[in-house]
Ligand binder design. Structure first.
Ligand code: FES
Ligand code: FES
Length: 154
């Protein structure tokens, strides 16, 4: 058995150690907010946090999560989630929406360590999270807006 903390609760799985974390999250724990896109760590749709850092769960063996903290979009702390969600609505970011939970998890990772990023820092941090609907300009605006909202509320 592999145990880890998932959105604040201790969980265990009997999945094979090399099973991608993404499938354990979706199929065993029914957390469907984390999406499958490419499966090869190239698109960011599957982004979750592993002990506070953004990782691609499609390419991370569940064994790597042992005794660590895994956070999915469903468990993102309100202080991180609420400003970003408000900003995403304000900037009307999503089109199909498929990539957006990964985008928000990637953005939350940035704002956790850099509450006041420059536009260039946002672009650099978000550049590997792909959006086939091309919502990049709105994503960039929303990350900056979310950072401003978080600073106001913080
Ligand atoms: S599905 Fe994991 S990076 Fe694309
Ligand atoms: S909103 Fe459709 S893939 Fe990003």
């Amino acid at each position: 058995m592999i145990s880890f903390t998932l959105n604040g609760k201790t969980v265990s799985t009997s999945a094979e150690p090399d099973t991608p974390l993404l499938w354990v999250l979706r199929d065993e724990f029914n957390l469907k907010g984390t999406k499958f896109g490419c499966g090869i760590a190239r698109c960011g749709a599957c982004t979750v946090h592993l002990s506070g850092r953004a990782v691609r769960s499609c390419s991370l063996a569940v064994a790597a999560a042992a005794d660590q903290q895994v956070t999915t979009i469903e468990g993102l702390a309100p202080a991180q989630a609420i400003p970003l969600e408000r900003a995403w609505v304000q900037e009307q970011v999503p089109q199909c929406g498929y990539c957006q939970s990964g985008q928000i998890m990637q953005a939350a990772d940035l704002l956790e360590r850099n509450p006041n990023p420059s536009e260039e820092q946002v672009v650099e941090h978000m550049k590997d999270n792909l959006c086939r609907c091309m919502s990049y300009t709105r994503i960039k605006k929303a990350v900056l807006t979310g950072a401003a909202l978080a600073r106001e509320e913080g």
